[in-house]
Ligand binder design. Structure first.
Ligand SMILES: Cc1cc2nc3c(=O)[nH]c(=O)nc-3n(C[C@H](O)[C@H](O)[C@H](O)COP(=O)(O)O)c2cc1C
Length: 173
């Protein structure tokens, strides 16, 4: 699929069918994810694929929304602060940036495969960290529900995306 079309197809899906996703499909997604660039190529990311009823219920507690419950599976993307690059000049930790790029790969690949995803960051980080028994060095960056959408994801257009124009976001110097 041409990348411009893929950019339109990737949208936040907030309604999923109960069709299960097989492991091969998830591995294909993660293979696209791990090709993302990262600062100094440190790849400071860790992904938790959560599909058991027990763990899913705990994840929903960290972000209690009806639509969110419909996902058959969640991938929790974490930044490993023990592995991420820190800029020498000001010690800025680039782990979150690296994970965001990786999640972008994931969500675009999912859209290409006909799967729906949604970035979710408005979760309770303490509940989520407890649910996954996260090591202190791991910071949860995003929960990505993954599933087959109940809506058509091929209908987005430049207009329906409602984005700022190039002029609004650019300074030419
Ligand atoms: C960093 C980030 C955090 C987000 N967190 C949430 C969230 O917690 N809940 C939610 O429903 N959508 C969340 N979204 C989805 C945005 O609302 C959505 O991407 C935006 O409105 C553009 O719509 P689109 O993804 O359909 O193009 C988040 C998106 C990003 C990039």
């Amino acid at each position: 699929m041409k990348i411009d079309k893929l950019f339109l197809r990737r949208k936040s899906v907030r309604s999923y069918s109960n069709r299960e996703i097989d492991k091969e499909t998830i591995v294909e997604l993660l293979n696209a994810t791990r090709l993302a660039p990262s600062a100094v190529n440190y790849q400071p990311w860790r992904f938790f694929v959560c599909s058991s009823d027990e763990i899913k219920q705990q994840i929903v507690e960290s972000y209690p929304r009806k639509w969110f419950e419909t996902a058959p599976l969640y991938i929790v993307a974490c930044a490993d602060k023990s592995q991420s690059w820190k800029r020498a000049a000001d010690n800025k930790d680039h782990g979150n940036i690296d994970v965001a790029i990786a999640v972008t790969h994931l969500t675009l690949k999912a859209a290409e495969m006909g799967l729906g995803t949604c970035w979710v960051c408005n979760f309770d980080a303490n509940i989520l960290a407890d649910a996954l028994n996260l090591d202190k060095a791991l910071e949860p960056v995003s929960i990505i529900p993954v599933g087959y959408p109940t809506e058509d994801i091929s209908l987005e257009t430049e207009e329906s995306k409602k984005r700022k124009t190039v002029d609004e976001i650019t300074e030419w110097m």
